[in-house]
Design a protein around this ligand. Structure first.
Ligand SMILES: C[S@@+](CC[C@H](N)C(=O)[O-])C[C@H]1O[C@@H](n2cnc3c(N)ncnc32)[C@H](O)[C@@H]1O
Length: 187
């Protein structure tokens, strides 16, 4: 897993998704090397880089051109990118244009989550899965409701991570913001 501090960051682009959360998303996505993956709302490329190392092909999609630029820079910094296509477009439009997918990770939806999941679901191969990360209560409810409507199996975890920070007298545990991971797959 790539440490958070090894990513190039930008004030105009949120991310990277914290290392421990990337780890759990990979666990739920369970890539074995042969998959085609879409990282929807790639931001700084947190998921894009991890999947570039573990899947066959990755589409990194973001509507913010600065996010695409930073993701490209992070791929280059880490010697990755040969199997990555960067797409600067809105998620729904981009997903319509690309081929079949095994894994879709959604880290940003701009209030269009339900639509994005539905468009993405049409591209999923039989065993395909969609993983959503969410900091908003409303987003996780929307994800679950959409998976239910699609007849998908689904699951959710809330993750609260506290990292140890060394102080003079000991180690202080500092909490990160809680985040939810919601996943769905065809039955
Ligand atoms: C929280 S950031 C994702 C961080 C990323 N997972 C990382 O590790 O750097 C969310 C991103 O989603 C993008 N986004 C939001 N709505 C979108 C949409 N409808 N289509 C494409 N990108 C979108 C934003 O531009 C932003 O860069």
């Amino acid at each position: 897993m790539i440490p958070d501090e090894d990513f190039i960051k930008d004030d105009r682009v949120p991310g990277p998704t914290k290392e421990e959360i990337r780890c759990l998303v990979l666990c739920k996505a369970d890539p074995n090397g042969g998959e085609t993956v879409a990282d929807v709302g790639c931001g700084t490329g947190g998921f894009t880089l991890e999947f570039a190392k573990r899947a066959n092909r990755v589409y990194a999609i973001d509507k913010n051109p600065q996010a695409i630029k930073i993701t490209r820079e992070n791929l280059i910094k880490h010697g990755l990118g040969e199997n990555v296509e960067l797409i600067n477009d809105d998620a729904e439009e981009a997903l319509k244009e690309i081929g079949d997918l095994d894994i879709i990770v959604i880290g940003g939806s701009g209030g269009r989550l339900s639509k994005i999941i539905k468009v993405g679901a049409r591209k999923l191969k039989g065993h395909g899965r969609i993983i959503v990360t969410s900091i908003l209560l409303e987003t996780k409810i929307e994800a679950i409701q959409t998976f239910k409507k699609l007849g998908f199996e689904y699951g959710i975890i809330d993750v609260n991570i506290a990292r140890g920070h060394p102080l003079e007298r000991g180690t202080m545990m500092l909490a990160n913001n809680p985040i939810s991971i919601i996943w769905g797959r065809q039955r």
